[in-house]
Design a protein around this ligand. Sequence first.
Ligand code: ADE
Length: 216
Amino acid sequence: MRFDVVTLFPEIFSGYLDQGLLKKAIDRSLVNIQLHDLRAWSTDKHQKVDDRPFGGGPGMVLQVQPVIDCVEHVQKLEKTPSQVIMLTPQGKPLDQPLVEQLADQPRQILLCGRYEGFDQRVIDLLDPLEISIGDYILNGGEVAAMVVIDAVSRLVPGVVGSAESVEADSFTTGLLDGPQYTRPAEYRGWSVPETLMSGDHSAIAQWRRREALRRT
Ligand code: ADE
């Protein structure tokens, strides 16, 4: 699975991608993440990529030229067909079925906005799939892009240790996970439910299902 991320802040991603399951997935070439600095595509002598909105109003708008030049370059880097995704608060809400759809495709180009958003012609020309990670406004699309990468990568075979744990995920089963406990069996007078300690596998399965239904 390949992700190309177009951003003004590529450094934001490095700490996140250098840890845990994603780092392992990258090291094992299960996931390939390429970061592209949008500013490199500015033709302005100060490397400006934004400007004031026509008609007035607050904030700045990302200009069409650097974004289109950058995306066209990125598209040509690989033969694998790609889908362009734009992270925006007005996009389609990200949920597990959408994550599954994205995981079915080999390559995604993720466009991270900043400021007041993109010049509308970016959208008209690229016809991206606009995705929102929730009804709130972030400072930019970078955190949202990381959420997409994280959730989609989990579905790439081999990224998560056991396929069972992905299959048992809340949202994939349609049920939220029930409570989990580990040692010690008692902490400050709070004990682990007896059924879980009983060794009776069918009673444990029943208890887990009941708890999952209750939470859902
Ligand atoms: N950019 C700014 N806010 C966002 C959100 N809620 N989801 C995705 N991208 C965004």
